[in-house]
Design a protein around this ligand. Structure first.
Ligand code: HPA
Length: 274
């Protein structure tokens, strides 16, 4: 397995380079209902996932399924428009494969967005949360199995998964743009069920401010290969609330779409500083 992953990554990168020779240092992963940032990119090349060797293919509604190369805020970026979730049936290694591809393409900083359920009582639908830390114990760690030190260490440090420097910059940008942002802990779960009332309560007591079905495996893989990470959640529903506790994917997509312009402005300005 060890040598195989490196071989696959090299094959994937060789294919991508045969189509596009850019060398972006910034990678972006967009969450459910949050794909519009990719419309602001001055696109140089789009590669559908199905064309890329070893890439899984995205299936979830609201996801586009292509790798986009171009410029945003005057910087070269590569965007994973549509991500891979564990609940779709992919292995954790497949979920994080594109993150490793980004590293092998020369990416140094990874920005991620996601839709998440709010558990902090101060949160409202449509709010933004900068992820300060995460809880990954409820998902399968993508680094389980033989470690290839060509990727990263056997026991990666996770004391600062989300770059404090980038968090500081994002908070300053949000203040300047007068966009209110929370900062908090993202609890990762597998889904695809939304949480029961008891589960939202448990995750909240455990220290989670928001909960979602993506991001943590990607961040683990990103830190493993040494990328700097910044991530932000759009609160699309409230897990902790008295009644009307029925959550649908449509509700999540709609709330994400409505809050997206705020998130996009912060990403756009943050990229200027990278
Ligand atoms: N729970 C888990 N994942 C989510 C939620 C939620 O409430 N909202 C958006 N993604």
């Amino acid at each position: 397995m060890g040598g195989t992953i490196i071989k696959e990554l090299n094959e994937t990168v060789a294919f991508i380079r045969s189509i596009h020779t850019g060398a972006p240092r910034i990678g972006i992963v967009l969450g459910s209902g949050l794909g519009n940032l990719s419309k602001e990119i001055r696109v140089e090349k789009e590669i559908p996932y199905e064309d890329i060797p070893h890439f899984p293919v995205s299936t979830v509604e609201g996801h586009h399924g292509k790798l986009i190369f171009g410029s945003l805020s005057g910087k070269e970026v590569v965007v994973l428009s549509g991500r891979f979730h564990y609940y779709e049936g992919y292995t954790p290694a497949q979920v994080v494969f594109p993150i490793r591809v980004m590293k092998f393409l020369g990416v140094e900083t990874l920005l991620l967005s996601n839709a998440a359920g709010g558990m902090n009582k101060a949160f409202r639908v449509g709010d933004l949360m900068i992820i300060r830390d995460h809880i990954s114990l409820f998902v399968v760690n993508p680094l389980l199995g033989k470690n290839d030190t060509a990727l990263g260490p056997r026991f990666p440090d996770m004391s600062e998964p989300y770059s404090r420097t980038l968090i500081g910059k994002a908070k300053a940008i949000a203040a300047k743009l007068q966009i209110p942002v929370h900062e908090g802990v993202y609890a990762g779960v597998t889904g695809p069920t939304f949480e029961t009332r008891a589960e939202y309560k448990l995750l909240h007591i455990a220290g989670g401010d928001a909960v979602g079905m993506s991001t943590v495996q990607e961040v683990i893989a990103a830190r493993h290969v040494g990328l700097s990470v910044f991530a932000m959640s759009v609160i699309t529903d409230l897990g902790i609330r008295e009644e009307h506790n029925i959550i649908t994917h449509e509700e999540v997509l709609q709330a994400a779409g409505e809050a997206e312009p705020k998130l996009t402005s912060i990403f756009r300005e943050l990229i200027v500083t990278l």
